[in-house]
Design a binder for this molecule. Structure first.
Ligand SMILES: Cc1cc2nc3c(=O)[nH]c(=O)nc-3n(C[C@H](O)[C@H](O)[C@H](O)COP(=O)(O)OP(=O)(O)OC[C@H]3O[C@@H](n4cnc5c(N)ncnc54)[C@H](O)[C@@H]3O)c2cc1C
Length: 328
């Protein structure tokens, strides 16, 4: 019997988890708009600096995710990160951030797990899907460059909900659920330093500031200790309020704020850049693990189905894969 063909849109954690689970049951092809895999579990390289500018760390609260991570923990591609985290507020004494939940990172970079999961999966990078068209019993994908791709039996989108909404037809039975999802932006300021920053903490939860989180990236396990990089992320609310502003202006505002919080002057920085994430976190989720239209053979999943977290992306992709195993 010939195997069904499945197009997966997006090579983030959810898409890669599905591809690995179904690769022996179907002909899988992943289409990814970026130059590399791993989606928002990402790393920006600016030689010699590296910045985990998306997910900072992740937790593993469910047994399924713990079991999934176990072999990667054993081989060292996932490691525990144990930073001293403080709560930081301008003009107030800082104090320790109490959160005993184990924090994991991929090593040597946050996108390393995605790279491992991508092994052996056919992936077309730099291919952005614009829309789908019905072609007989199958789906035809069309790229933003106007290229018509081969026909597929199934299409699974793991792109953030607002992006999936642009691709999927209104006939998708969960179209209304897609419309309900609300995702929030985030700005990430990345700075490289010639020497280790003089801080007695490695991460900070920041209160009452445009900046919500600071991490000394180099402290994470497996990072090159010779190059000092820090990541400062805005709060989601501040990013939403400044979403369409010029990135140079955003960088200026975040740098000014970072001086007040860390005392590190821009003249002491050897590298500075800023990234805008339009869909970083999830304010209103789909409230179900995945969206599936069995009759149209369309599905959507991703962190936004549950919560804006790596573990949620895994749970969403893994649950959809389990259902697909029954259907294929
Ligand atoms: C700034 C920031 C900080 C975060 N911090 C944390 C944290 O500390 N802890 C935590 O657990 N989580 C955190 N997260 C969330 C975490 O990164 C996500 O939950 C997780 O990576 C989502 O995985 P995913 O597979 O659902 O989606 P994604 O990783 O977004 O994967 C979707 C993929 O689809 C691709 N795509 C989109 N549209 C198209 C298209 N039209 N055609 C082709 N490809 C397309 C995208 O390029 C992307 O690679 C953070 C995220 C951000 C942005």
């Amino acid at each position: 019997m010939t195997q069904p063909s499945i197009a997966i849109i997006g090579a983030g954690i959810s898409g890669l988890v599905i591809a690995q689970a179904l690769k022996n049951l179907a002909h899988i092809t992943i289409y990814e708009k970026a130059r590399g895999v791993s989606g928002r579990m990402s790393t920006r390289s600016a030689t010699p600096y590296q910045f985990d500018h998306g997910a900072q760390y992740f937790t593993a609260k469910t047994q399924a995710f713990q079991a999934f991570l176990a072999p990667y923990l054993a081989e060292g591609s996932i490691a525990l990160w144990q930073p001293q985290i403080i709560v930081l507020e301008k003009d107030k004494p800082s104090y320790n951030y109490e959160n005993s939940q184990p924090k994991y990172v991929a090593t040597p970079k946050m996108n390393s797990l995605g790279k491992i999961l991508a092994e052996g999966i056919p992936i077309c990078l730099q291919t952005q899907i614009a829309t789908l068209q019905r072609s007989g019993e199958k789906w035809q994908l069309i790229t933003t460059a106007g290229v018509t791709l081969p026909r597929f039996d199934w299409v699974i989108s793991t792109a953030p909900a607002p992006q999936t909404l642009n691709i999927f037809p209104p006939a998708f039975s969960e179209y209304h659920t897609l419309q309900q999802v609300k995702m929030l932006a985030c700005y990430c300021l990345m700075v490289g330093l010639p020497t280790q920053p003089a801080l007695n903490w490695q991460a900070a939860v920041v209160l009452n500031s445009p900046i919500g989180w600071i991490a000394y990236n180099t402290h994470k396990p497996g990072r090159n200790q010779a190059y000092h990089s820090m990541v400062l992320q805005s709060t989601n609310n501040w990013a939403e309020e400044h979403l369409e502003e010029d990135l140079a202006n955003i960088q200026h505002l975040l740098l000014e704020e970072s001086i007040k919080l860390t005392g590190i002057e821009p003249k002491n920085l050897s590298y500075i850049t800023t990234h805008r994430w339009r869909y970083a976190d999830t304010a209103i989720s789909a409230q179900k693990n995945y969206l599936l239209d069995e009759s149209l053979q369309l599905a959507a999943c991703g962190d936004w189905c549950i919560k804006g977290r790596v573990e949620a992306a895994f749970t969403s992709g893994n649950s959809l894969a389990s259902r697909m195993v029954q259907l294929l």
